[in-house]
Design a protein around this ligand. Structure first.
Ligand SMILES: CC(C)(COP(=O)(O)OP(=O)(O)OC[C@H]1O[C@@H](n2cnc3c(N)ncnc32)[C@H](O)[C@@H]1OP(=O)(O)O)[C@@H](O)C(=O)NCCC(=O)NCCS
Length: 132
């Protein structure tokens, strides 16, 4: 994924239920994230159309995945599986031992997907945040 993909990538995020655009989703912030986490985020293309995305990075201690999205017409073809594998491989290469992600409480489909993919649902944690 490159900064120049921003408009197309944002388009798929806007059209995907379960993806919430938020702080960090401007073109500049997107570019900075990719620069800071080089080679860890990926797109899947069919010709010139972007049909899958994953944003991935780390803070030196934990890896994080955001905005995993696959176009409705391309689902259940292991595109997400492949995108996740590519990102996790990069995290391992950088020495990371664990990757986290946040899923919206009401996104039942995401919950069943991550469970199916054998990710552990962390009932022992709660998310807190503050805007800067
Ligand atoms: C969740 C999502 C990324 C899955 O993409 P996908 O390309 O269809 O997934 P894959 O084909 O790689 O699926 C991998 C496995 O999970 C299964 N799977 C896919 N979606 C699933 C779901 N919603 N619930 C349970 N299992 C699911 C597949 O059948 C496959 O299983 P298999 O290995 O036994 O064949 C896609 O449905 C999507 O974009 N959803 C909306 C956005 C979203 O919620 N993203 C997650 C935000 S946290």
């Amino acid at each position: 994924m490159r900064k120049g993909h921003f408009d197309l990538v944002k388009g798929i995020w806007e059209r995907t239920d379960g993806i919430k655009l938020t702080i960090g989703d401007t073109e500049d912030e997107f570019g900075s994230y990719l620069k800071r986490n080089k080679g860890m985020s990926f797109i899947c293309k069919d010709g010139r159309i972007i049909v899958g995305t994953i944003l991935c990075g780390h803070d030196g201690r934990r890896g994080f995945i955001y905005h995993l999205a696959v176009h409705k017409d391309y689902r259940r073809r292991k595109i997400a599986d492949k995108l996740i594998k590519l990102s996790l491989k990069q995290l391992r290469t950088h020495g990371l031992k664990r990757c986290m992600l946040m899923a919206d409480n009401i996104n039942e489909s995401a919950k069943s997907f991550w469970t199916k993919m054998k990710w552990r649902k962390r009932d022992d944690l709660q998310m807190f945040s503050i805007d800067l």
